[in-house]
Design a protein around this ligand. Structure first.
Ligand code: SF4
Ligand code: SF4
Length: 129
């Protein structure tokens, strides 16, 4: 599954664009996070890899801004295994290995829509990608 960030302008926010795309392409779209008001907003969604290009084009044709969320980078040399990032991560994308080395699961990470671990790291070992 691929993650995409869908940004709605104020003029599009009331339109059922996601439902229309789901019905047209008969594809499951998993909404992971939503931050939306009457003024616009954004959805982080998960879609099957094989239809990624087609759906990105379809959403853009409807007027949405579509981007792929950037993932974090971890500087292993700076990490001192404090665990702050693990505690704050909302999706358990960061865990310790048996030897307390940090393991990052890219598939789970919410990327630039989250970045909570970037601010939480006291060693500045994590940067947004
Ligand atoms: S960016 Fe968010 S989801 Fe990704 S590893 Fe950091 S805290 Fe977890
Ligand atoms: S918060 Fe920073 S120093 Fe602590 S475990 Fe995570 S990456 Fe390592």
């Amino acid at each position: 599954m691929a993650k995409i960030l869908l940004k709605f302008s104020e003029s599009l926010v009331g339109k059922p664009i996601i439902s229309q795309i789901i019905m047209k392409y008969n594809v499951p779209i998993n909404i992971i996070t939503a931050n939306i008001t009457s003024k616009g907003g954004e959805f982080l969604a998960e879609i099957p890899d094989e239809i990624l290009v087609k759906l990105v084009k379809a959403f853009r044709k409807k007027g949405l801004i579509v981007t792929l969320p950037k993932l974090i980078d971890i500087d292993e040399k700076e990490c001192f295994s404090c665990g702050a990032c693990i505690t704050i991560c909302p999706v358990e994308a960061l865990v310790f290995d048996k030897d307390f080395s940090l393991v990052f699961d890219k598939e789970k990470c919410l990327g630039s829509t989250c970045n909570a671990c970037v601010d939480a790291c006291p060693a500045k070992a994590i940067t947004s990608g």
